[in-house]
Design a protein around this ligand. Structure first.
Ligand code: AR6
Length: 318
């Protein structure tokens, strides 16, 4: 699991916190100074022992010490690159700080680890670029089996926090849309054929006509729930998913003389209303969703969906 919080990393209760150190390992300004001050002299003594045996720490590498008086068990000291314009291996070296810290964490049986925004202070690495590298490297890590249960990105300043939140939400949205792409590769054609013939006969409602989270409790409905209006917007803007939803909704308009219940049965007729309600609310949406609501539900939107989205029908619609 990956978490993003805003705060002081010296106060975080995890197995290991990561320090944005320098090659001397003797402490410094910024976070490095804060960690040594809060953790006490034991940390510096441990750093000195490492320095005596290996002479310091190279850029991109990491070493581990006690966390002294801090509530973490360990401090992993890693040395980020100084930003020199981007043509001095800065991206690779920053990637290595995250990779090598995680490697060292695993070797020491660390399961929860907190990272600061390495190199983005004194070392002046551009914050957005650094955030993208940090998130990508940690996300890649979780694609392999690992003993790490939780990575916490601890952002000190507002700018970094906002950047991490935005990048993480985009990543989650992309991941969610990928789920729909995968399942629809097996089921969309079949669903489209059934609707074209005027009768839904198999199980595909959740991932063909997606609905807002909170309507259903089944594992399927949770897995394919849309998290918020912004995600519905991204779904509709997706070249394949958006066009498919519009196409299958438009094919509903061609059916003559049947109610939603006769096409979908219960409760999928209600799910259709929820889905159409959700997508009708997307900014600059396609008119087809309102047309389906008109044709099958007398223009009435799903009240539960409106409630979950916090929309007052009287104020916003019609
Ligand atoms: N908790 C979390 N993050 C913090 C904290 C804190 N208590 N304090 C600062 N930050 P920096 P660097 C953030 O300068 O750029 C030292 O002198 C801060 O807002 O500490 O890798 C070392 O000895 C920033 O986003 O590290 C090196 O010489 C991030 O931590 C050099 O600075 C990193 O800022 C390393 O520079």
């Amino acid at each position: 699991m990956i978490k993003v919080i805003q705060g002081d990393i010296t106060q975080i209760k995890v197995d290991a916190i990561v320090n944005a150190a320098n090659q001397s390992l003797l402490g410094g300004a910024g976070l490095d100074g804060a960690i040594h001050r809060a953790g006490g002299k034991e940390i510096l003594e441990a750093c000195l022992r490492i320095k005596a045996t290996q002479g310091g720490c190279e850029v991109g590498e990491a070493v581990i010490t006690t966390a002294g008086k801090l509530s973490a068990k360990f401090v992993i000291h890693t040395v980020g690159p100084v930003w020199q314009g981007g043509n001095h291996q800065e991206d690779n070296l920053l990637t290595n700080t995250y990779k090598n810290s995680l490697k060292l964490a695993i070797e020491n049986n660390v399961q929860t680890i907190a990272f600061p925004n390495i190199s983005t202070g004194v070392f002046s690495f551009p914050k957005e670029r650094a955030a993208a590298i940090a998130i990508k490297t940690v996300t890649e890590h979780f694609k392999q089996p690992t003993i790490i249960k939780e990575v916490v990105f601890v952002c000190f300043d507002q700018e970094n926090y906002d950047l991490y939140v935005t990048l993480m939400s985009n990543l989650i949205a992309a991941y969610n849309l990928e789920k729909f792409m995968e399942v629809q590769s097996y089921h969309f054609n079949n669903a489209f054929n059934e609707i074209s013939k005027g009768r839904k006969t198999s199980h595909w409602m959740w991932f063909i006509f997606p609905q807002i989270i909170g309507l259903g409790l089944s594992a399927m409905s949770m897995k394919y729930a849309i998290q918020h209006l912004q995600e519905a917007q991204q779904y509709l803007a997706h070249e394949i998913l958006g066009n498919r939803l519009v196409a299958i909704s438009a094919s509903l308009l061609k059916i003559e003389g049947k109610t939603a219940n006769e096409i979908f049965s219960s409760p999928d007729d209600a799910k259709l209303q929820s889905c159409m309600t959700l997508f009708s609310l997307v900014t600059n949406t396609n008119p087809v969703f309102n047309e389906v609501l008109e044709k099958y539900f007398q223009g009435e939107r799903c009240s539960k969906t409106l409630e979950i989205l916090g929309i007052n029908e009287k104020n916003q619609l019609f």
